[in-house]
Design a protein around this ligand. Structure first.
Ligand SMILES: Cc1ncc(COP(=O)(O)O)c(C=O)c1O
Length: 313
């Protein structure tokens, strides 16, 4: 297994803690734990730091001076890519979809503080955006590196294979792992990582966008497994998905906002309306529908997203 053979640049603080949510556990009558990837230590924390450790190591190895990425106007991934690129002395350029909250609030404010070049493109097609990256890159005439939306390619997903290994070293068995799924890399990495390091753990992706996530996740798992040279037997049945998108991507849902409030009131922790609030609503739904046994250990991945909390809720 080649996980250690891919270069990684330390950008964050690992391992992130795992702790029990005592009040939520009492309310739901099941043991709920939280993996604090909101404390990954760069920017305001979040899941993208793990992916960027692999992606930017690759960028550096290829001599990149400019790093492009994309996403929605309030993309946490884009903001964290800018933070990581700044830290490593590369120039971040973000080409974002002109959708949602484009004013200087939330992640836009953080990008402004980092002096990041942000270009909004009025398109729904990422192919237009990647073509624009190439156009600008050629014009700049320096080596550049393109990171896809959400950092969700096979290399980025290795960040969450690594996270599964980290969880396996933290000493508790989890029957269920629950994460948000926005572009697929986190879920694919965790699901593959669970096969490799967490036998008996079931990974559930809570979908916060309307994309064909079954196919996306399966393809990413297979590509990441190929990178690792593992013969793990990856099947559709390993992918457990639930639709929590509600009124649309980055549009708050009633159940998501209730979940954000519940976590804040019961545990003094802040989720976000776009990803983790909706994902936690999925966990609450599973608990209410009797999907957990009362002796189960359930691990909720807090994947960050604080920037969006100040712009979207
Ligand atoms: C806070 C947060 N949680 C979860 C996700 C979903 O992760 P992924 O894009 O890997 O599916 C994202 C990114 O899109 C995010 O910003």
């Amino acid at each position: 297994m080649l996980l250690n053979s891919y270069p990684k640049i330390r950008l964050g603080l690992f391992p992130t803690p795992i702790h029990r949510l005592d009040n939520i556990s009492a309310l739901l009558n099941v043991n709920v734990f939280i993996k604090r990837d909101d404390l990954t230590g760069l920017g305001l924390g979040g899941n993208k730091v793990r992916k960027l450790e692999f992606l930017l190591a690759d960028a550096r190895q290829k001599g990149a001076e400019v790093v492009f990425t994309t996403g929605g106007a309030q993309s946490n991934h884009a903001m964290l890519t800018a933070a990581a690129a700044r830290k490593l002395g590369m120039k971040p350029i973000l080409i974002l979809k002109k959708r949602g909250v484009t004013e200087r609030v939330g992640n836009q404010l953080l990008e402004y503080l980092m002096g990041t070049e942000v270009i909004f493109m009025d398109t729904d097609d990422y192919a237009d955006i990647y073509a624009e990256m190439d156009r600008i890159g050629r014009e700049l005439g320096v080596p550049y590196y393109k990171i896809p939306c959400g950092g969700s390619n096979a290399l980025g997903s290795l960040g969450y294979v690594d996270c599964a290994r980290e969880i396996s070293e933290q000493g508790l068995h989890f029957d269920h792992l629950i994460c948000a799924e926005g572009s697929g890399g986190t879920m694919a990495g965790l699901a593959l990582g669970a096969k490799l390091f967490l036998p008996g753990s079931k990974v559930h992706g809570m979908m916060v966008d309307n994309e064909p996530f079954q196919e996306i996740t399966l393809a990413l798992m297979k590509e990441a497994a190929a990178l690792l040279g593992t013969d793990a037997d990856i099947r559709e049945e390993d992918i457990h998905l639930m639709d929590l998108c509600g009124p649309g991507y980055a549009v708050p849902s009633e159940e998501g906002n209730e979940a954000v409030s519940l976590m804040a009131r019961e545990e003094g922790l802040f989720l976000d309306p776009v990803y983790t609030g909706k994902a936690f609503a999925g966990l609450l739904k599973m608990a209410r529908e009797g999907a957990f046994h009362k002796t189960d250990n359930v691990l909720f991945l807090h994947s960050g997203g604080a920037g969006g909390l100040f712009a979207i809720l």
